[in-house]
Design a protein around this ligand. Structure first.
Ligand SMILES: Nc1ncnc2c1ncn2[C@@H]1O[C@H](COP(=O)(O)OP(=O)(O)OP(=O)(O)O)[C@@H](O)[C@H]1O
Length: 489
């Protein structure tokens, strides 16, 4: 292992948080001085009457007055934390995951006896409680270990935004140092990945008897494309091998979490032989389970401000995709915030419906913002087909023909059908689209049938925000799609 994996992202990840903040500051700095003064005088003035000679089109109420008025409003939400998807709720609010709770507890409890727990692979769609169950069990183990004088630590990283193995190892070092309450003694950039591993082993050996490494969204850690083995596979190999060898005195266990049920198929053979996890599967929640999850959080709102049909409707919307509890909770939060903003004194069905549109659009936006133009064209073609079929699904063969039309229309490169299918399959990791392999009888070939998690209309609308796609006539795409659907055998 050398510097080869250190910190150069393989692709340009887009503007960093600092850059975005800097841009925001720049744009406020580039406001004309007069307009900045005008708005600040409103803030400090506190007088709701416009100054004499002031622009009669200006706001009728000062910002300060508005702020104070909002501050006086009671609001409908009393405990926002309960509606925050990153907040780890107490055990009595966890519903419908008894089997998984029992399995994870049974396996990790070994740490209580000062022994090495097994490695685990937790898989299933997003929002099905994988992180929550892991955190809840580790939290309890940690409490009991404290009373038994066992130095137990949980080192948790989310791999979603980690570009390379070097960055991932540094993140582990940082989290381990945080858990131990010590400073990190290796730089983030400019050193070989091996030095970061050594720092990790040093911190773990000096401060812990037992550590559980939780690697959330591990399949997203792909690393540099010129490497034969994905970065997550190399991370698993190194970490689990160190656990079994002399490098570490502490007992370590790795909990790998992924939405991709097939992730283990991409793990290299040497990693498979050292990682050998126990699998725990998390299924989708059905609408009843989602209702039960939401009911246990209803006290996030003040008493008697949530209409009876709000929870069943939010649960039904979330169950439509794949039973994502995060989405159900998000819907409740956004519905509550909308009701508050509109000055309503109850959260009602109408707020949930508006929240559903908003949440759906945000999720699509989040995914769509980060993908290449080619992937956008694949997605647009497939969603355009799905939007015109009764069941809202699209065959890959039909989608590909529409994709060809789109690439011709904007005169850009055209992938082969196989690459189009692979690009679409890659989009399944975001739960935006799912697929099944199908055939239309023994004499016809195989095709994939894509099903959308969000409404195809929302996906199309969002993608049309890209000027290259917007330039393609919507009517023409629709007529091409209809003709291709008619030609399906
Ligand atoms: N069984 C449950 N009971 C109560 N809340 C739940 C349950 N399952 C999930 N949640 C809540 O839903 C949200 C998402 O859960 P979690 O982060 O555990 O999902 P995940 O399966 O790890 O998803 P991802 O793969 O997207 O990270 C969290 O706010 C969590 O508290």
């Amino acid at each position: 292992m050398g510097t080869d994996d250190s910190d150069d992202p393989a692709e340009n990840p887009g503007p960093s948080e600092d850059e975005v903040t800097a841009q925001a500051e720049l744009s406020s700095a580039s406001q004309p001085e007069s307009s900045r003064q005008a708005s600040s005088s409103h803030v400090t003035n506190g007088d709701s009457q416009p100054d004499e000679g002031a622009d009669s089109e200006g706001p009728s109420q000062s910002i300060e007055d508005m702020l104070l008025e909002f501050d006086d409003q009671e609001g409908l939400i009393r405990d926002r934390e309960l509606l925050d998807p990153n907040y780890v709720v107490e055990e009595d609010r966890i519903v419908g995951r008894d089997e998984q709770l029992q399995e994870v507890t049974k396996m990790l409890r070994v740490a209580l006896g000062d022994n090495r727990p097994p490695n685990l692979f937790l898989y299933g769609p997003s929002g099905t409680g994988k992180s929550l169950i892991t955190k809840a069990v580790c939290h309890n183990i940690s409490r009991i270990c404290e009373s038994r004088d066992i130095r137990f630590g949980t080192v948790e990283v989310n791999c979603q935004d980690l570009d390379t193995l070097g960055i991932a190892v540094y993140e582990l070092v940082q989290q381990a140092a945080d858990a131990a309450g010590v400073p990190v003694e290796v730089p983030k950039h400019g050193v070989a990945t091996k030095e970061k591993w050594d720092e990790l082993y040093r911190i773990v050996n000096e401060h812990f008897d037992s550590v559980v490494f939780v690697l959330d969204e591990l399949d997203m850690l792909v690393g540099r494309r010129d490497k034969q083995e994905p970065a997550f596979s190399r991370l698993l190999y190194q970490l689990s091998r160190a656990g079994a060898n002399d490098e570490l005195d502490a007992y370590i266990s790795v909990v790998a979490i992924s939405n991709d049920t097939k992730m283990m198929e991409s793990v290299g053979s040497r990693a498979v032989s050292s990682f050998t996890p126990e699998d725990v599967h998390f299924d989708d929640y059905d609408a009843n389970q989602l209702q039960a999850i939401l009911r246990r959080r209803q006290d996030a709102f003040h008493d008697d401000v949530v209409d009876d049909d709000v929870i069943p409707l939010a649960a039904a919307f979330a169950a439509q995709t794949h039973g994502d509890a995060r989405k159900a909770i998000d819907l409740m939060r956004v519905a509550g915030e909308l009701a508050e903003r509109e000055g309503d004194n109850r959260v009602s069905e109408k707020h949930v419906r508006t929240a559903q549109e908003k949440v759906e659009k945000n999720r699509v936006l989040e995914v769509v913002r980060g993908i290449s133009t080619q992937k956008k064209l694949c997605l647009y073609a497939t969603a355009a087909v799905a939007s015109q079929t009764d069941g809202g699904s699209a065959r890959s063969t039909t989608g590909y023909r529409v994709y060809q039309y789109l690439t011709d229309a904007i005169d850009t490169d055209q992938y082969h059908q196989e690459t189009y299918v692979n690009k679409m399959k890659e989009l399944t990791t975001y739960s935006l689209v799912d697929f099944e392999r199908r055939s239309h009888g023994p004499s016809s070939g195989m095709f994939l049938e894509f099903q959308f998690g969000e409404s195809p209309g929302t996906i199309l609308e969002t993608l049309r925000e890209d000027s290259r796609i917007e330039a393609i006539s919507e009517e023409e795409v629709t007529s091409v799609v209809k003709a291709q659907i008619r030609n399906q055998t």
